[in-house]
Design a protein around this ligand. Structure first.
Ligand code: PMP
Length: 359
């Protein structure tokens, strides 16, 4: 029996994708072997990785002036690779601090240059996206950095900072492909796969070509974007099976009707939950309304014991992984692309029932 899995990541995958993978698990098409057993340099595998990139380019309308890389080390390694590869001019970068994940990027950047925090919402448990003025950005900075969707706090940049000629680097781990985005606005986009894209093990990096090769060759080979770009993510063995799964997820997204349809469904799902939270007398959402995420929705009752009772009772009903991140407590429903609308409806029905029982 499958449950409704509200995990923040690794997270729910489309059932159709799991079933397709299952049907090809032992023997992929006419190759006579599992994708896991294939040489990454085989013809069959080349088609898989090239097809995966082509689908991503189609879904996100990635211009030809950007490279797509499939890397390892999680989104966390990008916290290091970005400054290592980009902090090579003025050795300064501007950051907007919106939580744990941007803080980790700031901490790493400090090892390579000056990480300037333009604005932060730390004092209010990162419950909103802090405001900033255009003039605050350093025109000489090597890049401006944001974490666009904040998985733990359920906030999202609804407007991207206008950084002029300074490249914008964005961690899209928990919102990539959730709604239409203009890749041209970014210098680098990166995302760990384990939320909206597939299983853990692969990190997607979309990088504007002119940002490759800004660092000299003395940095570790594996940490240089140039190495991976020059070898089409095949400098060493890529995470072959994770990339194959990513390809199946992207195929599923295209079959759904592409990004417009997915965005519409995501907005519908999120509003079912937000509308209820806004009227409930027991539960309330913790993120500022104007900065609400479509993907991660944290909420509380205001009583920790009741929160724990709710999570326990929900789990018994097959609504699992609703416990909030350990740093904020309460509950969090992650409703990525693969979460069906019925899952959100089932959650809200259960919340209503719980509310009636605790009037
Ligand atoms: N960025 C964001 C926004 C995240 O939500 C996470 C993981 N939850 C990370 C980075 C870290 O990703 P990884 O575990 O792939 O390093």
């Amino acid at each position: 029996m499958r449950v409704y899995n509200f995990s923040a990541g690794p997270a729910v995958l489309p059932l159709e994708v799991l079933e397709k993978a299952q049907s090809e698990f032992v023997c992929f098409q006419d190759s006579g072997m599992s994708v896991m057993e294939m040489s990454h340099r085989s013809k069959a595998y080349s088609q898989i990785i090239e097809g995966t990139e082509a689908k991503l380019r189609q879904l996100m309308q990635i211009p030809d002036t950007y490279k797509v890389l499939f890397l390892q080390g999680g989104a966390s390694l990008q916290f290091t690779m970005v400054p290592m590869n980009l902090m090579t001019g003025s050795k300064k970068a501007d950051f907007i601090d919106t939580g744990v994940w941007s803080s980790k990027a700031i901490k790493e950047a400090k090892k390579f240059g000056k990480a300037n925090v333009i604005a932060s919402s730390k004092a209010d448990t990162y419950s909103y996206i802090p405001t900033y003025k255009k003039e605050q950005f350093d025109k000489e900075a090597d890049y401006v950095y944001i974490c666009q969707n904040n998985t733990i706090y359920g906030t999202k940049f609804n407007t991207l900072p206008n950084t002029g000629n300074v490249p914008l680097v964005a961690d899209l781990s928990s919102c990539i492909l959730s709604e239409k985005m203009d890749v041209n606005r970014y210098g680098i986009i990166f995302a760990g796969a384990q939320k909206n894209l597939g299983p853990a093990g692969v990190t997607v990096v979309i990088i504007r070509e002119d940002l490759i090769g800004r660092v000299d060759e003395s940095i570790p080979t594996m940490l240089n974007y140039k190495t991976h770009a020059a070898n089409d993510s095949m400098f060493n063995t890529p995470p072959t099976y994770a990339i194959y799964m990513l390809g199946l997820v992207l195929e599923w997204m295209l079959a759904q009707g592409g990004i417009e349809v997915i965005e519409k469904k995501n907005k519908e799902k999120a509003s079912i939950l937000y509308d209820y939270l806004d009227t409930s007398k027991l539960f309330r959402g913790t993120a500022a309304k104007e900065d609400r995420s479509l993907m991660n929705i944290p909420f509380v009752t205001g009583d920790e014991t009741l929160d724990a009772a709710f999570v326990k009772a929900a789990t018994a009903k097959g609504l699992v992984n609703l416990k909030g991140h350990r740093s904020v407590g309460g509950m969090r429903a992650s409703i990525y692309n693969a979460m069906p609308i019925d899952g959100v409806k089932a959650l809200v029905d259960f919340m209503k029932q719980f509310e009636r029982q605790h009037e």
